[in-house]
Every structure is written in C-alpha cells, then in structure tokens.
Design a binder for this molecule. Structure first.
Ligand code: GDP
Ligand code: MG
Length: 162
C-alpha cells in the first residue's frame, strides 16, 4: 500500500485548497457544505516521482457548538491513520486554542509533521509564518495554497519524512 499523507487543521485554514493545489485539479470541496463532505477523503497523488495517498480532512460544520472537540476528535483519527501529517495553520490568524489542541495530539502521536503556514500570499506574510516556530513543530513553511506559492518546498519537506 502507498504511504498516507494527511492534511489536518481546523476549518477554513485552506486544507482543501492545498489538496487541490497538490492534485493539480479541483477535486476537494472548498468551503465545505455541512453534512455533504465526509470526514476524510483520500486521493491518489504524486510528487517528485513518488506516489502516495493524500487525505483531506474536515467537512464538519464550522458553527456548531463544541467545534473545538470535534476538530480534535477528527484530527486524532486522521493522524492515527497517516504515515505523516501536513498540519495547516492560517498564518494571517496565528495559532488558536483549537490549533493548540491539534498540536498536542500531533506531539503525542510521534508521527512526522510538516508545518504549513498557509495564506502567505506575498512576502509581507513571511513574518506571520515565522511566529509559528513557537508551536514547537519545527520550521513553518510559508505557503499560499490559493496561488501555489511555496507548495513545492512544502511537498519536498513532506516527501523527506513520508
Ligand atoms: P478548509 O476548511 O481548511 O478545507 O479550507 P478551504 O480550502 O475550504 O478554504 C477556506 C477559505 O480560505 C476559502 O475561501 C479559500 O479560498 C481560502 N484560502 C485557502 N487558501 C488560501 C490562501 O493561500 N490564501 C488566501 N488568501 N486564501 C486562501
Ligand atoms: Mg476542506
């Protein structure tokens, strides 16, 4: 079986946009419709001649009460099933308490993690990304999933640990 790379993070950070960017097509649902998207969706993917299974996560309602627990619950399952994880944070917002809960799960799992500082659409966002060193997950990779900026470096880093 192919190695599994899971894309994990709280809603709206750009996970599905990143998955589409990696796939090179619009297959993952951006701005998930509540109740329609499944918790995890797997896609065959390839980078630098290596094939792997890319897993998008999410699909739960953003506004429901207890969203923080729901995110943590779903992240835990996805992390468990993955060989390596891309943890996506919105660099324009910084790390929220929901992000911190997922970080704790990632630490406990011992799985290799590549930190994606997303929504760095231009050079001025690099400083926002640098703050994410504080999460203790290693180097934050500044990325704009929307425009494709930095995704090659992110994937190179992911392939190195997958
Ligand atoms: P998900 O819930 O984590 O899967 O997030 P989505 O991929 O559905 O994206 C949520 C919103 O963030 C959408 O409006 C995207 O267009 C936007 N978005 C995603 N990536 C970027 C990015 O790199 N830059 C900017 N400016 N917006 C982004
Ligand atoms: Mg999504």
């Amino acid at each position: 079986p192919l190695p599994v790379l899971a894309v994990v993070g709280r809603p709206n950070v750009g996970k599905s946009t990143l998955v589409n960017r990696i796939l090179g097509r619009r297959e993952a649902v951006v701005e998930d419709t509540p109740g329609v998207t499944r918790d995890r969706v797997s896609y065959p993917a390839e980078w630098a001649g290596r094939r792997f299974t890319l897993v998008d996560t999410g699909g739960w309602e953003v506004d429901v009460a207890g969203i923080e627990s729901k995110v943590a619950e779903q992240a835990e399952v996805a992390i468990e099933l993955a060989d390596a994880v891309v943890f996506v944070v919105d660099a324009t917002v910084g790390a929220t308490s929901t992000d911190e809960r997922v970080v704790e799960l990632l630490r406990r799992s011992g799985k290799p993690v590549v930190l994606c500082a997303n929504k760095v659409d231009g050079p001025s966002g690099e400083a926002d990304a640098a703050y994410l060193w504080a999460l203790g997950l290693g180097e934050p990779h500044p990325v704009s999933a929307l425009h494709g900026r930095g995704t090659g470096d992110l994937l190179d880093a992911a392939m190195a640990v997958l």
